[in-house]
Write a protein that binds this ligand. Structure first.
Ligand code: ADE
Length: 326
């Protein structure tokens, strides 16, 4: 990659540029910038993204976020974006024509066939334009899709451009993702959990926060994302955290954390992570690779009722809590 070297305004940086750090003269960083577009009938929802670390990342030029109003691509007096479901049923479905015009423009693609009402026309020849630009991903939140996980967040944090389309009402016409997929665009549909929201806006905020905090330079202390729950190949829930005072309302911080023995602290935390994960998310224990467990991990898991001699742990009998002597 030939990087354009710019200084010192990150605001004009493009993905892959290097940037001189004003506080560290002479040291250039590969500028990791992500362009994010969000389409919604309530773009104001995304004003909250100007707050906190994500707001700071935008101020620093690390990410650029634009929220667009889908109704800007309508042509009728009512700015309608939805219609009744074909085949019957309750509620309204978002119309493909409006989404098509909006996404063609945002993705830099030629208008698709029938956009001018002719019903014909040349198929998009610039689909490759959308993908050649490098790592463009088009994402639709959808309660009926696969679950969005930390692994997806990590993968998407490498994209240069993300375009999110927020559905409302009973959802969007299924041909919208199908069409862009057929044009060669990397289209994903994700649910953020087994519950139904009123629209995709909150789901997009959730995904965006999970993705952008993984960008290099986003977190003040990058180590804080290394030990988190769901991070890494052998993901566990995190151990409990405490701060001062050591005694609060009769509740004491575990003694071992106060002793200063880092080896013992690490083991205590690891055991707590295994125990919590076994109790709350046994599916994560079942996914562990036994080869990557050390002797102490195996002992703890066996005490919790897991058999660890095969490729992955297997629960034998009832899950147990370890006794004080285990
Ligand atoms: N839209 C409505 N509910 C949703 C969910 N659970 N996940 C993603 N998008 C949604």
């Amino acid at each position: 990659m030939t990087a354009r070297r710019i200084r010192p305004s990150p605001a004009s940086a493009k993905p892959g540029d290097t940037i001189d750090l004003p506080h560290l003269p002479g040291l250039a960083l590969l500028w990791c910038l992500m362009d994010i577009d969000i389409v919604s009938v309530f773009p104001e929802y995304f004003d909250v993204l100007k707050l906190s670390l994500l707001g700071k990342a935008q101020d620093n030029g690390l990410v650029r976020i634009s929220a667009h109003n889908l109704r800007d691509w309508t042509h009728d007096v009512h700015h309608s974006v939805d219609d009744t479901p074909v085949g019957g049923g309750a509620g309204m479905v978002m119309k493909p024509e409006v989404w098509g015009e909006c996404l063609d423009e945002l993705l830099g693609m030629e208008p698709g066939p029938g956009t001018d009402g002719s019903g014909g026309g040349t198929a998009v020849s610039s689909a490759s334009k959308a993908t050649d630009a490098g790592d463009l991903v088009l994402i639709f939140p959808n309660p009926s899709a696969a679950l969005f996980t930390q692994r997806d967040a990590a993968e998407l944090s490498h994209a240069k451009r993300l375009v999110f389309g927020c559905g409302r009402y009973e959802g969007y016409d299924a041909r919208i993702p199908e069409y862009y997929r057929a044009q060669g665009v990397d289209v994903r549909e994700y649910s953020i959990g087994d519950y139904v929201l009123n629209g995709g806006e909150v789901a997009v905020s959730v995904m965006l926060e999970a993705i952008t905090r993984l960008l290099p330079g986003f977190m003040g202390n990058p180590e804080s994302i290394v030990e988190e729950s769901y991070t890494g190949g052998n993901a566990l829930l995190e151990y409990h955290q405490y701060t001062k005072p050591a005694l609060w309302r009769t509740l004491a911080v575990p003694d071992i954390l106060l002793g200063g023995d880092h080896g013992k602290v690490d083991r205590f935390r690891r055991d707590e992570a295994l125990e919590r994960t076994s109790a709350i998310r046994p599916d994560l224990i079942e996914a562990l690779d036994c080869q990557q467990l050390d002797k102490a991990d195996r002992k703890t898991l066996m005490a919790l009722g897991w058999e660890v001699s095969q490729a992955h742990p297997r629960l034998v009998g009832q899950p147990r809590r370890p006794s004080a002597t285990d």
